[in-house]
Design a protein around this ligand. Structure first.
Ligand code: PLP
Length: 481
């Protein structure tokens, strides 16, 4: 007797392109088109779990909500509880400013089921991603043999580079021991050195790797210098010094946009046989801007670097470009070995060989597509535009007697205070801006002091936007103290 296979029919239906799928495709594409057309999209704001539960209810059910209803819940409830990171007055943390072309191509990548981990499966995508990496490597002044991979973000990029650096140091340690015909004696603890303004992701990398972080005191207005590196490393006891495997320079600190003394650090690191990694997750985008390029002098000496296109290179989340001077050193650290992976040619460019992780979305493609569509000159102009807005914003702050600039911005982060305000007043002001749908500007804390901070990356952020926000600080007395 043949039994009706209802389950099978249903399973096939969810993978078939039928009339219902066609309807859903039109609705989803129309939604995406509408979101892209909005200029700007509403800022929106988060809701509490209870509010979301009341408005969205249970969305994962045995029989499904159906396409129209699921999309309605997303449109009318969920999306509106997510702040639009590309709003021109979103100036908190590091904003996003993806080009329309990059966002559109993200839809294409999603629709294409590309496996971006190996050349065998994703050759075309990897070829294109590598061209985008090449553009960045050339701007950095790295040799033509340099290369790498797009990883999800700066945190994974920093971790992967440091894993490669430690692997290289371990291998050198073993080679030295072998040459001396003695046992390999690795140091008791491995460590890397960074400056005081280094990003929090480095402490996380150290925790994951179970290595120590040596923080060098910053001089020169908060910058980590070659002199500080030399004094710090040379001042360590011999056993700790033997365990130092890398130096991390920051090219655009998150808090202030400071660029460390890259040339001095490269020289001091080189003299001590240390790997130089440059964390430019936010700031290295400015190598595309001739007006800022001199700040990165010495970058060409880096052993590895990262820059996040999802920050200031106009790509959607999530994409970090991780580039090595000698990719073979990263490959030695990261290639996964398994019988079922043996078919992946070791001579091929397999992106998963260069970072933590195996399966990967070809996440560099939206960035590549936008570069291919608009050309690199458009990127230069867009980065320069954020730098110009920053410079006008500095003048605006100086022209407002109720405000005080904290340090002179090097890139596109502006930190300032309203003298006399308490932390509560900064927070109340920030909350009110978001509640009114005007701007998203969160306070920061530096040396125990609460301050206001703008990070400007979008060419859509204009001096009118920054002036509008600055003026709310005069009108807004904050809560009574
Ligand atoms: C300098 C720097 N490094 C690393 C990171 C971490 O990057 P991600 O958030 O993409 O993991 C950030 C994030 O803002 C950053 O500014």
């Amino acid at each position: 007797m043949r039994l009706p296979d209802v389950g099978w029919m249903k399973r096939r239906a969810v993978h078939r392109y039928d009339d219902q799928t066609a309807e859903l495709a039109s609705a989803v594409i129309a939604y995406a088109q509408e979101r892209l057309r909005l200029d700007p999209a509403p800022l929106d704001a988060p809701l509490s779990p209870a509010e979301l539960a009341a408005r969205a209810g249970e969305t994962v059910t045995p029989d499904g909500l159906g396409g129209a209803e699921a999309l309605r819940v997303f449109d009318e409830v969920l999306a509106r509880a997510c702040i639009s990171t590309d709003h021109p007055r979103y100036l908190s943390f590091i904003p996003a400013a993806p080009t329309r072309a990059a966002v559109l191509f993200d839809l294409v990548v999603g629709a294409s089921s590309i496996y971006g981990g190996s050349w065998l499966e994703g050759a075309g995508a990897v070829y294109a991603e590598n061209q985008a990496l090449r553009w960045l490597a050339d701007l950095a002044g790295l040799p033509s043999s340099a290369g790498g991979v797009f990883v999800p973000g700066g945190t994974v990029g920093n971790l992967s580079a440091l894993v490669a650096a430690r692997h290289t140091a371990r291998a050198r340690c073993s080679a030295r021991a072998e040459a001396a015909d003695g046992p390999s004696v690795p140091p008791a603890r491995w460590s890397f050195v960074c400056g005081e303004e280094a990003h929090s992701s480095l402490a996380e990398a150290a925790r994951v790797m179970d290595v120590d972080v040596v923080v060098a005191p910053s001089g020169d207005g908060g910058r980590f210098t070659g002199a500080a590196l030399a004094a710090t490393v040379d001042g360590l006891a011999a056993d700790r010094r033997a365990g130092v495997f890398a130096v991390v320079a920051t090219a655009g600190s998150t808090q202030f946009g400071l660029v460390d003394d890259l040339r001095g650090l490269a020289e001091a690191a080189g003299e001590r046989g240390l790997w130089l990694h440059v964390d430019g997750a936010y700031g290295l985008a400015a190598i595309a801007a001739p007006s800022a390029r001199a700040r990165f002098d010495g970058l060409e000496l880096a052993d590895s670097l990262i820059v996040d296109p999802h920050k200031w290179l106009f790509a959607p989340f999530d994409a970090c470009a991780l580039i090595y001077r000698e990719p073979a050193l990263a490959r030695a650290a990261h290639t996964q070995q398994a019988g079922y992976l043996d078919v992946l040619g070791s001579g091929d460019w397999n992106p998963s060989d260069f970072a933590v992780g195996l399966s990967r979305r070809a996440r560099g493609l939206p960035f590549w597509f936008s570069l291919a569509v608009h050309g690199t000159r458009a990127y230069t102009e867009a980065v320069e535009s954020a730098l110009r807005t920053t410079s006008v914003c500095v003048d605006q702050i100086r022209a407002r007697p109720w405000l005080e600039l904290v340090g002179a911005p090097e890139l596109s982060v502006v930190v300032f205070r309203r003298p006399g305000w308490t932390p509560a007043q900064y927070h109340a002001w920030s909350d009110r801006l978001l509640r009114d749908g005007l701007a998203f500007v969160t306070p920061t804390v530096h040396d125990g002091e609460t301050l206001a901070r703008f990070a400007i990356v979008s060419p859509r952020t204009t001096p009118n936007d920054t002036a509008l926000i600055l003026d709310t600080m005069l009108a807004d007395p904050g809560p009574a103290t």
